[in-house]
Design a protein around this ligand. Sequence first.
Ligand SMILES: [Zn+2]
Length: 54
Amino acid sequence: MDLTVCQEHVELAMDMIIDEKEVAPKIELLTDEAQLSTSCEFCQNKAKYSISEE
Ligand SMILES: [Zn+2]
């Protein structure tokens, strides 16, 4: 699972991964132009972080 989210939804994404996978998620600040132009998984804001399971 790999979620791209805005600042506001980082915690929600982390909780989802923790609930589902029972692992601590990895948080990465997006730097790639293509990823920065995608929108948040949960709202219409621009994605800022990538949350992934390790
Ligand atoms: Zn959001």
